[in-house]
Design a binder for this molecule. Sequence first.
Ligand code: GAL
Length: 414
Amino acid sequence: MALPAVAPAVGRLTAPIPAILPAPPGRLEIFSWWTTGGEAAGLSALFDLYKSRNPGVDIVNATVAGGAGSNAKAVLKTRMLGGAPPDSFQIHMGHELTDSWVVTDKMEPLDDIYTQMGWDTAFPKGVLDIVSYDGKPYAVPANIHRANVLWYNKKVFSDNGLQPPTTFEDFFAAADTLKAKGITPLAFADAEGFEAIQTFETTAIGVLGAEGYAGLWTGHTAWTDPRVTDTLNTYKRMLGYINTDYAGLTWDQANDLLISGKAGMTIMGDWIDADYTSKKFADYGWTTTPGTAGIYDALSDGFGLPKGAKDVEQVKNWLRMIGTPEAQDVFNPLKGSVPVNVFAGNGNYDPYLKSAIADWKSQTVVPSLAHGAAASEEWLGAISDAMAVFMIKRDVAATQASLQQACLEARVCK
Ligand code: GAL
């Protein structure tokens, strides 16, 4: 199941929101990996809103640091399989939700809440599709993030007479200029593993286009295709322009290289917009990653109700709140993401987010690999292993063979 290329419906001016009674006093444990400045700020705003609506409920903030859930997912698995689920947990919409937790019968359906809240019409159809399995929704999306964004330091660019690159050719030309000046062209991190996958994914979109890339997840594009070879060669060339200490840096630490002007560009999802906000850095610009203009590489964070959760009434109120325009407009400006509810979008969104809201409504949507939308966690794991070896050996032919093998094992390729 992939994020279909649909634009969200245009919303009416006001949302019909039913009255939600406060939950009984008690506790609510929310599990996530939102620990960096912008992530924590968004989560904390949601907690404040929930507490104001549900006095007497204590929130347990169960976080496990690590971008893209690199550490949290393993802890979650242990708890879920050990019969000690958190009350509610951060989950990516798409394959991560359905293949890992719904098909395995670990989640409660949420159709009653969807009907009560009117979300069958307030969420775009493409989003309803990826939160649902067998016609029932199993999570409430809090946001849409974009993965294919290239961020740049405006001063570094203007000092060197550069324009934001839109093609790979432009990118390499700008990178050569920066390298000649002793500036790291592309700030890169790989301490958490997901960053290399995400850069590979955005390169694949740039080389294959939306349809060719989306076809990788459905069997319509072969992993043996020469354009996949081209993707790996292009990515390998890009890796010639990164900082040498990437293996020890997290995504937000790599971003500090851009902020300080030691690097000119970085490729990262738009949670980095929230990182700039929390670090009070305003001198950044953005464009789509090379070759991906008009394409929105999307992922969505949400929450659900695991079977066996202890504090069910509190979770239900948490879920009812998450999808409302009010909660989405409090959360997303701080988190660096755009709202899902078509009645939202009136919060304190900065210029980047305003542009992202417009793009999300009008562009071609493809599912993110690194963030659970495009492929199952098993398949993503096999691709991650192949790309981890690629980062060291940079062997295009061997990596393409491993990627083909991963597709065969996922039973998508024949
Ligand atoms: C993504 C997640 C985002 C952001 C990012 C970095 O997987 O969807 O909300 O937290 O990881 O941690």
